[in-house]
Every structure is written in C-alpha cells, then in structure tokens.
Design a protein around this ligand. Sequence first.
Ligand SMILES: [Fe+2]
Length: 670
Amino acid sequence: MMIQRMRQIRRSRDLSSLLNLEMADPIPTTTFLFLLFFLVSPTSSVSVSIYLSSNTLTKSGDSVRIQWTGVDSPSELDWLGIYSPPDSLNDNFIGYVFLSSCNNWQSGSGSVDLPLVNLRSPYQFRIFRWTQNEVDFTKLDQDKNPLPGTKHLLAISELLDFENGHGPEQIHLAFTDKDNEMRVMFITADGKENLVKYGEREDGLDEVAQTEVRTYEQSDMCDSPANESVGWRNPGFIHDGVMSNLKKGKKYYYKVGSDEGGWSLTHTFVSRNQDSDETIAFLFGDLGTSAPYSTFLRTQEESKSTIKWILRDLEALGDKPAFISHIGDISYARGYSWLWDTFFTQIEPVASAVPYHVCIGNHEYDWPLQPWKPDWAKMYGTDGGGECGVPYSLKFNMPGNSSVPTGTRAPATRNLYYSFDAGVVHFVYMSTETDFLPGSNQYDFIKHDLESVNRKKTPFVVFQGHRPMYTTSNEYTDAPLRERLLKHYEPLLVNNKVTLAFWGHVHRYERFCPVKNFTCGSKDLNGEDGKDWPVQVVIGMGGQDWQPSWQPRPDHLKDPIFPQPNWSLYRGGEFGYTRLLATREKLTLYYIGNHDGKVHDMVEIPAPGRVLSGGGNSGVEVESTFSMFVKVGSILVLGAFVGYVVGFVSHARREAALRKSWIPVKNEEA
Ligand SMILES: [Fe+2]
C-alpha cells in the first residue's frame, strides 16, 4: 500500500510515464501505436541547434547545461541522446532524456542540466525525433518500453570532455589481510604510474605506496550486452595500492595520483584497531546506482538516500573506525559498463573514508555458461549481463585469496569468501553464486573459519551472503538454493554460535528470531539453554526497488501473509541500511529508513555469557555512541517515533535483565 505507492513514484520518467502506461507490463502494440499516432507529429526540422554551457568539465559529478533551439512542431517524444565516446553508433547511447521533460519544451527550445561521470572519453549529445514508424518492439528496455528510435537525427552537439590533470577518480578503501594496512583503489585513464601518499598530518604525506595496475577487455566479457558495443565501454585502468605500517586507530590523510596526471583531493580514514572494544559497521545489500538519465536498465534512485544517510553517520562518528558492508548486487550495471563508473563515483564520499567491503551477487556474475551450475540451480540465469564477474573481481580486492576460474579467457572470479576481525566482531563473507556445497573449497574455508574463531577476542560472529537462507518474501526461484543453505550452512552457523546472519537479494528488511530449522530459540541469547541460535536478517533494501510481495496466504493467493510466520519478527519495505554497534558486552543492530534517516527497528544481542544488565563500562559505550549519532540534531531530529523506539528498548533492556531475554518486536507494516 504505502510501500507500493512509494515504489511507483520512484520510477524514472520515460516513455511509459509520458504515455501514462504501467511500466511493469508489456505494452500491447496496438495500444501503443494508437497513442503514438496522436502524440507524434511527423514534421521534421533541419534547423535544430545544441549549445553546451562548457566544453570541459573538471571532475565527475560536475554538470553541463545542454540547450537546444529550433525544434519545429515539438513532439513529446523528441529526445536527447547522451553518447560517450562520440563515435558511438546512434543506437549505442548511454542514456537519453525526453525534451518534453524540460520546461518550455513546447516552444522548441529548452535546456537540461546533467551531472556527468568522467568516462575517460568525450561526450556528445544528439537530438532525435522518434516517429511511429520507428517503434521496434524487439528493442525494449528493462521495463519493456521500446527504446527510442534514431532514424531522424535533428542535431549533434560539440564534444564535451573532462580536463586532464585533476587526478584519479572512484577512490575506495578496503581492509587487507594485515591489521596495519589499508588498501586504496582508484581509476585512471592511462594506467601510468600513480602513487598513494599518506601520513598522520595533512601537511605531512611522507609515506608513499606504489600501485598495481590492471584492466580488462571487451573480449573478456562472456555474454550480451557486456561483450557487445551497446554495453561495452573502455573501463580505464584500475590502480591498487596498499598503505602499510599504520598505527592502530589513528586518523590518516592520503591522496592518490601523480605529478603528471594530477592528484586527488586529500582524504582521511581511521586505521584498524584490533585492540578496540568497539565495532561500528554499516550493512546493506542491493544498492545499485542512480543515473540522471534513462538508459537500458532501471537504475536505483534510492541509492542516493542510502549513501546520504550513511555519510551523515560517518561524519557524526568523527575519528572512530568503521566500515561498510555491501553484500551483493553492487552496481546493477549488468553489462552496461558506464554504470560501474557511476556507481563508484556515487560511493566515493563514503568509500574513500571507510573500507567498502563486498560479496558477490547474481547481478555481478550469473551468465548461461557459468562453470558451476547444478541441475537444481535454475536460478543461475543471465543476471550478470555477461560480465561474468570480471568488473567485480578487478574493481574490488577483498582479503583472502578465494578464486574460481570463469572457464573462459576472462580473469578468474575473486572476492568470493573471506573473513576478518573488526574490533569485537569476526565478519565472514560467502558466495552464493559459486560452488558452496560440502566438498568445495568455499565450504571447507567457511567451516574451518567458523570453527577457528577466538571468541575471547571477538565474542560476536557475523555471517554474510547474498541469497538468503531465510525470507518470507514470495521468492520461489531460489527455493532449491535455500534448501541447500539450510541443509549445509545452518548447522555450521548454529553449531559455531554465529551471532547474526545477513543476507541480501530480497529488497526488503526482515529480521527473524534466533532461529534453527524455522523454529525460534528460547530467546535466551546467553547460551545457557543451548538455543542461542543465529539471528537471521535480510537487508537487501539498499536501493533496488523491484521485489515480489511477501508470501501469500494459502487461502488468499493474492494477499501476503499477515501476520507473518512467528519466526519473522519484523518486516519493513522501506529503503535504508543497518548500523551495527558492538562492544564486549553486546551487539546492537539498527535499521535506518531512508525517508527520515531514523531508526525503525533495533535489536540487542548480548555477548556469550553476558546478560543485558546495562552494567559495566562497555554498556555505557554503546549509549554514548548512540547518543553521538542522535546528536546530529540538524538532520536526525528525535521525533516521537524514535522516542518510542528508544523508550521501548530501554524498557526491553530492563525486562531483559530480569528474564535474560530480548524483546525488540515491532512491525512497520502493521
Ligand atoms: Fe540478487
């Protein structure tokens, strides 16, 4: 209801919105042509001009104003195509904007401001008139709208390029396997030598790290559209440097680049501190990216809000170390290369400040000839758009050395399964897209890893993967995979007393009880009764919108189950992210909704052997940290709703102390 309305509003303006048609359904040809007949004037023009406010931009995110004049008998379907490189064929635009989405379009003149990403080659803009004769129902976008036709070219702009000398872009950090290191990756156009300069003072970047450089080619792509001219663009060169010998928990300044190609702005991060008794992380799945134009795929407008609120939280944290965990379905580029550039530009404000960790999702990988595809794995289809994991594997460099061959000439798929400690939490990542069954390297790694955790050092264990083990979404396709996760991985999680299991793929937030085989534990999370099972949480609400509804009722097949099964304690449809705070005493998870940046769900889990009595210094630390967050009063105003949550949890904590239990149950959809 409310959620459906929000999701409809978020859809971008395109042909269907012009025609007031439902985008999710195929458009009947006859209806479409009938409407088009009345909308489109066949008149063409030969005097259209395009003017750019500038022929150069400095950095990704800078805007250009594109003006046009002289469009005769303007039609609602006249459109502006965005091209890069400029020798792209007319059908190989990277995006388009209908002129009628701009003010005064009916006068035949107008303008649009477009923030653009540096794609390392110039842009060009072309205006077309689309006529009914051109409608081609074999060329559809993701929402089954016909892609605009290119037979009637009205005007071509001059070129727009990004200036040289402003340094690399798309900077993002990651942990390495060593506690005293921090990895930084970035993109350049030429792949020439670029360095990382860093130090503890902004005016003392005395340490220098070299970078390794790699790239990939069109012939490395495994399927359409990634290996076709419509989707392929030169990805530039990926630089990978490691800042080493870092002191624990210190603020460092750094910049990347070269004297020849220019230097980035100076960024900061806080180094790891394994002696810390506090862990802070921001976790979500399925974020995607937002583009200022329509393209072949639906992009994720909501991802902007998710990043905005996390940036708010990071700024409030000051000099405390934190990191981000994005558990699969990363950019949703799916073979349209420039959306990776858009994604890394979008996350740079957060990813240049804290490590950005990922695991693989279907939209980074799945393609028809993927090497591991058991008979039951019908869910492994074409979701990767032919990228076969290559951009994901090269643009990120996660800890560990997990790798599987692609079975083609493409580089091996990396960043599959790994783990690291951050403060008091041991974090584990798995791949649900490559072999995870017993007998696989992945299974052996995860089994050994979970059995080897030093719980005195890290009393909490957080497990993460893309496709969920538990969901009450009406998601049938993955049922065979869920069966295998439940059969082979739930025992690992239960027996090794994993604290939390996070999953994405389902684009909603759903928190389960401490669960084993669809049965709730006693809610005594202290382990005294042996039922301190993992709390399962689906966090795929980062930005992607499309999602089946909740499971239907058996007797009302069109209505979602409500109330939900008793093992599902909170279901939320709002976009957002989770914030994890852990001390030696307890782990607290918050679900932050994007529409207001406030807490919508919260759960506290005591460390093994602890109770939520609130005693001890570490309990105070959580309170102080949370207080620090909410003190960002200009944005996070403590409204009645949050007051309720905090009051509720305080009450729950007192109750819990008495019963050694937890009671964070609330349902936004009630
Ligand atoms: Fe997914």
